[in-house]
Ligand binder design. Structure first.
Ligand SMILES: *Cc1c(COP(=O)(O)O)cnc(C)c1O
Length: 396
């Protein structure tokens, strides 16, 4: 089928909720994707921080193919070795105790919210409030879009679930005014992704941790975007010297196979007993085989170190562009391979122009170029993307 036919079929038959770019992707290899007309793109979006091993990584392909030939799905009424194996790895890596698998980020957060509520009620019947940050992003289900501190995602879906309060991100004084004995959890991204790659002050999360402890509130960290090595640490909270009570994961965890997870301390996890939560697909053997492969390759190929080194290189190259185009780029920020560049104009035209020249990048929060490429890219790939961005900015 040619591109226009596919686009037409989509417009006629698919819910038009995505403002899609005008290409049809067909296959990928490493940090490159190819459209159905054979055009090659360097991929610095990675399926929005999902394709941590790039495209068609042999170890991931092999793990998924082998598992598919064995058993793709069985119910959570039974044990599987691969699910137990990934749960053990994640518990150890996180420093927490009990894992639950779902199928998406929103589901991971939904589960974390449910667990926090149940836990809160073991202390007091009115310990149910959840405090989240403005400009956060936690998902699209009713509870998670309510947790998301951006009215644009909530408008039209009222009545929203109750019990959520919002504070400005990285403003400890504001949080102190809102947290009380009624707070069951504070829920934050350690670095806000969708909100614009917003990095908090180095001591913010430590102070939040101490405040939560003072009121017996849980700290839920949404690491759906920052987790699984993206910041150069397995979990971004390691950058800030703290540990949450619950951490949520999804995007990169299985390298592109749908998965979500929350991991809780034993103390908190004990609030759930048999029947309190569940999922038909969550943690099925296919998704767990993929996650297992991702965790193995991250270690074998030293991708945390690579994310840090190449992330620093990407930031230095973007800073060169900032120096060259001070009227267009005002700030470059990031940790490892989650990097943002603040523009003085909306980013959509720049993203489109890069796309037509063969580079997939992203714009979030209107004017922040966001780079969340695979974790196994090299300097050569950075140079390739930067050259296209340079040409694009020169033409603005
Ligand atoms: C993407 C994202 C989500 C939602 O994940 P879905 O898989 O789209 O439901 C939640 N939180 C953060 C921080 C995200 O980046």
């Amino acid at each position: 089928m040619d591109k226009l036919t596919i686009v037409d079929i989509d417009k006629d038959n698919y819910l038009q909720v995505f403002a899609r770019y005008d290409i049809v992707l067909d296959h990928g290899e490493g940090p490159y994707v190819y459209d159905n007309e054979g055009k090659k793109y360097i991929d610095f979006l990675g399926g929005i921080a999902v394709n941590v091993l790039g495209h068609a990584h042999p170890a991931l392909v092999k793990a998924v193919a082998e598992q598919a030939g064995k058993i793709i799905h069985c119910s959570n009424l039974y044990y599987t070795e691969v699910q137990a194996t990934v749960a053990k790895k994640l518990a150890k890596l996180s420093g927490l105790d009990k894992v639950f698998f779902g199928n998406s980020g929103a589901e991971a957060n939904e589960g974390a919210i449910k667990l926090a509520r149940k836990y809160g009620k073991t202390i007091a019947s009115d310990k149910v409030e959840i405090v989240t940050a403005e400009h956060s992003f936690h998902g699209r289900t009713l509870a998670t879009l309510t947790a998301t501190g951006q009215p644009k995602y909530q408008k039209g879906y009222e009545p929203l679930p109750g019990g959520f309060k919002y504070v400005p991100y990285n403003d400890f004084a504001a949080l102190e005014k809102v947290v009380s004995d009624k707070t069951c959890a504070v829920m934050l991204e350690p670095i806000q992704g969708e909100g614009g790659v917003n990095i908090p002050d180095t001591d913010y999360l430590l102070k939040v941790r101490q405040l939560c402890d003072k009121y017996g509130a849980l700290l839920i960290l949404d690491e759906i975007q920052t987790g699984i090595g993206r910041t150069g640490k397995m979990f971004a909270y390691e950058l800030f010297g703290i540990k949450p009570d619950i951490v949520t994961l999804a995007k990169g965890l299985a390298g592109g196979v749908p998965i979500g997870a929350f991991i809780a301390s034993d103390k908190v996890a004990a609030a759930f007993t048999a029947g309190d939560h569940g999922s038909t697909f969550g943690g099925n053997p296919l998704a767990c085989a993929a996650a297992n492969a991702v965790l193995t390759v991250l270690e074998q190929e030293k991708l945390l170190e690579n994310a840090q080194t190449i992330g620093d290189y990407l930031i230095s190259k973007l800073n060169e562009l900032k120096a060259k185009y001070p009227a267009l780029i005002t700030e470059v920020r990031g940790k490892g391979l989650i990097v943002g560049a603040k523009l003085t104009c909306p980013g959509r035209d720049i993203v489109n122009s890069c796309l037509s020249q063969g580079a997939i990048i992203n714009c979030t929060a209107g004017d922040i170029l966001r780079f969340v490429p695979p974790l196994n890219i090299t300097k050569v790939h950075v140079d390739e993307m930067i050259a296209i961005l340079d040409k694009t900015l020169a033409a603005v």
